[in-house]
Ligand binder design. Structure first.
Ligand code: ADP
Length: 470
């Protein structure tokens, strides 16, 4: 079986969040399981691209309305990544030093058109097209409805929703950009009077998955407007929990961290990483270190952070370290807090892959007070590195973290309020005092298996069920 993943992000080529981690790992594990899994994504102007050589395999032009673009597809051999990689080069649209911007309609529509144009002329077509998030949401529609792609109609499509908050809306006036189709079918593109690529994918893809079973259930009640559509289409929807790439995320070999450690050498390895963080960020190594890594947006509870931190730091018993960027108001408040709680709190506002790995290896607790968490990879990385998660009871966090009081290994709060989060932090602080218990849990969590093995198989079973329908 031949599977082509279509995505805007893929680690290590271009990463903004969890989508990249998934698309950089799942194909690798699928290839190990005996199928052929490849990835196609945009060609951005970033460090990875500058450091590698690519071979051109396709040259053409496309039209978006009346505007013509020269396009190319480049490739990188499978050896380094564990899967064959194809990159869509549209210099004026995609080759930028960012992945997303505020006007992406033309960029990602052009990307999707090039993918399908290329497939039209390929001798060996994929048996499955696996699309990720709204940036690739029009592919299932175009394959079914655009006159030009008639011959691709029988290739089954799977759409995975990594985050339903973002849907790629654009106004109906731009419908002419989509390759010709019978306009009586425009309803398949529409949701609440605009063109909604994610809604179109939910309607047109052969199967729809989300990145955890709990998120799938939650979406029926809270999906940024798509609740009734998801309930209506529930027969073809399922939740498959993300895994983690245990080769990239391995404290024994991770090249980013200060000192590597195996399960047998946890205390010395983690001590060295914690000491580095405390020195670098002027924190007290004797206090329990709570950390947050991620996007500073409402979904992650970020608007509450300044007050949560302020309250939790009142009694001087803990340290907090934050790595993230996002809403400017929140960033500003988090910067100001550095002065108020000097020596107990610090923050790096920005994106830093290396630092994130050191934090997973050196912090004692990882905070994730998310309001929405489709799967959440951070808590799984934390577990793998021996950092105890303090999380809200939502989405994938429900599926992966069990509270210590229920024979589990983390601290779970039901609501995302300042009071509840601080209460969970306080429970963790008390727990930290009993170092025997603390170390026992740390060893236990490092042995939980969240690798992709199980979930990569679940996706293959899903693909097989579709190929049987043909
Ligand atoms: P989401 O995709 O919603 O942002 P996930 O938990 O699924 O959240 O994945 C987040 C990924 O992005 C993790 O690999 C995390 O370590 C990484 N990450 C997020 N913010 C940063 C940052 N500022 N610096 C480094 N890595 C980050």
């Amino acid at each position: 079986m031949n599977v082509l993943h279509v995505s805007a992000e893929c680690y290590p080529i271009a990463k903004v969040g969890g989508l990249a981690d998934v698309v950089g790992a799942l194909p690798k594990y699928q290839n190990k399981l005996g199928i052929t899994s490849k990835v196609i994504m945009p060609f951005y102007n970033n460090t990875f691209i500058k450091k590698h050589h690519f071979k051109s395999v396709y040259t053409s032009t496309i039209s978006l309305g009346k505007v013509e673009f020269n396009v190319k597809i480049l490739t990188l051999e499978a050896s380094e990544l564990g899967f064959e990689l194809f990159l869509v080069d549209i210099p004026t649209l995609l080759f930028k030093d960012y992945v997303y911007s505020s006007s992406d309609t033309e960029r990602f529509l052009a990307f999707q058109i090039v993918v399908l144009d290329w497939l039209l002329q390929e001798q060996q077509k994929p048996n499955i097209l696996h699309c990720h998030d709204h940036h690739t949401g029009l592919i299932p529609f175009m394959m079914l409805q655009s006159v030009k792609y008639k011959s691709l109609r029988k290739i089954p499509t799977v759409t995975t929703i990594h985050n339903a908050q973002y849907q790629g809306w654009f106004p109906h006036e731009k419908v002419y950009l989509i390759p010709e189709f019978d306009l009586t079918k425009v309803g398949l593109l529409d949701w609440s009077n605009s063109i909604n690529p994610l809604a179109a994918a939910i309607k047109c893809a052969w199967k729809v998955t989300t990145v955890s079973p709990s998120y799938m259930e939650e979406l029926k009640n809270n999906a940024n407007g798509l609740e009734s559509l998801l309930s209506h289409e529930s027969a073809k929807c399922s939740g498959i929990l993300n895994g983690i790439d245990t080769h990239v995320w391995n404290p024994e070999t991770d090249p980013f961290i200060i000192k590597n450690y195996s399960i047998k050498r946890i205390p010395s390895g983690r001590k060295a990483n914690k000491e580095f963080l405390c020195k670098e960020f002027n924190l007290d190594v004797k206090k329990p270190l709570f950390a947050f890594i991620g996007r500073l947006v409402g979904e992650k509870g970020a608007d509450l952070f300044p007050e949560i931190f302020n309250t939790a730091l009142q009694n001087n018993k803990i340290s907090i370290l934050l790595l993230g960027s996002g809403e400017k108001e929140v960033e500003k408040k988090l910067e100001i807090l550095k002065k108020t709680h000097k020596g107990n709190y610090n923050a790096f506002i920005g994106y830093d892959e290396k630092l994130s790995h050191i934090i997973y290896a050196g912090a004692d607790f990882l905070l994730m007070p998310s309001r929405v968490e489709p799967c959440g990879l951070n808590q799984m990385y934390a577990l793998r590195y021996g950092t105890i998660p303090v999380v809200s009871y939502v989405g994938g966090l429900k599926d992966t973290v069990i509270d210590i009081e229920e024979n589990g290994f983390g601290f779970v709060h039901q609501k995302v309020t300042i009071k509840e989060v601080v209460k969970a932090i306080n429970r963790a602080t008390v727990f930290y005092k009993n170092q025997v218990k603390f170390k026992k849990i740390r060893t236990q969590i490092m042995q939980i298996d969240h690798s992709w093995n199980t979930s990569a198989k679940a996706y293959i079973n899903l693909y097989n069920s579709l190929n049987k329908q043909l």
